[in-house]
Design a protein. Structure first.
Length: 293
């Protein structure tokens, strides 16, 4: 099987980001193996893609092994894009921990299969991994994590632990590999607007579209299209390393939090203005002159 036919295993493969990636038609949908919680494949998944229903939170070692062994010989890239809900009663439960354990079981199985042709593990992470309540201004990818005891949000802790465990599993697997090393990349993104109308950012901005005050707090936002294309670029670089025998560097961490056309973070009100303009609401919406400090 050539590199153009190798499979991409996407854990958390029913997200809005996955949907955008599919809609961008960046690669042959036959290459996609999408793993999600839903018992049936969502309608937007192409018929030629494979869908596997799998519950990370309840997965046993045997279930993880069976899933991986059924496909791993054809998989050259694993994408991990899982997260608990941002606002949910799970904060008082062990659901995030069990989800992470499910990811660990799948990844450990995949990284230690002797017949595996796995070249890249691409983790869709978040700026939250560095504690989103902490001020982050032009943070370097090389900056150390803050003390985890200072994290307040369960979501932030989850993304931090995901990065640490995924990187650790791949590093440990590479120690025993005589073949090419597996590359690992934690892709830290910000809030993203997707082509799924129910996405969190779209819902939030739509609620403010008609009547709102101009919030001048600076925030990074991006689009799921931009993120999809950037992810594909990382996949292609990893693939070309293998095909050409080159060693094009892939960093263990990348930030991609806003379009390259925006040199600086912009106000939330800027995004709201764009939303109104795109939806032709400029003459049917108002700004409330409120000073929020």
């Amino acid at each position: 099987m050539s590199a153009m036919e190798d499979k991409i295993l996407w854990i958390g493969g029913t997200s809005s980001l996955t949907r955008t990636f599919v809609n961008c038609q960046l690669l042959n949908p036959k290459r996609l193996v999408l793993v999600g919680l839903e018992s049936r494949a969502p309608d937007w998944i192409p018929p030629s893609s494979r869908y596997i229903s799998f519950n990370l939170a309840t997965a046993t070692d045997e279930q993880a092994r069976d899933l991986v062994q059924s496909i791993i010989n054809d998989v050259s890239c694993i994408v991990i894009g899982v997260r608990p809900l941002l606002f949910a009663p799970y904060t008082q439960t062990d659901l995030p921990q069990r989800m992470l354990q499910g990811v660990e079981k799948l990844l450990e199985q995949a990284c230690h299969q002797e017949a595996s042709k796995l070249k890249l593990v691409l983790h869709v992470s978040s700026v939250a991994a560095m504690d989103h309540l902490r001020t982050q201004h032009f943070v370097s990818e090389a900056e150390d994590y803050p003390p985890i005891v200072e994290y307040k949000a369960s979501y932030d802790k989850f993304k931090r632990l995901c990065e640490e465990r995924i990187t650790s599993i791949v590093d440990k697997a590479n120690q025993g590999r005589n073949t090419a090393k597996i590359l690992v990349c934690n892709f830290r993104i910000s809030a993203i607007f997707s082509d799924e109308t129910s996405c969190f950012q779209c819902t939030a901005i739509n609620l403010q579209a008609r009547v709102s005050c101009y919030v001048d707090h600076k925030i990074d936002c991006n689009s799921s299209v931009n993120v999809s294309r950037a992810m594909y670029a990382v996949m292609e670089r990893a693939s070309s390393n293998n095909q050409e025998g080159t060693n094009k560097k892939i960093q263990p961490v990348y930030y991609y939090t806003r379009p390259l056309s925006l040199k600086q973070p912009v106000a939330w009100g800027y995004y709201l203005q764009l939303f109104r303009r795109v939806h032709q609401m400029e003459y049917t919406s108002i700004w409330i002159p409120v000073d929020i400090g």
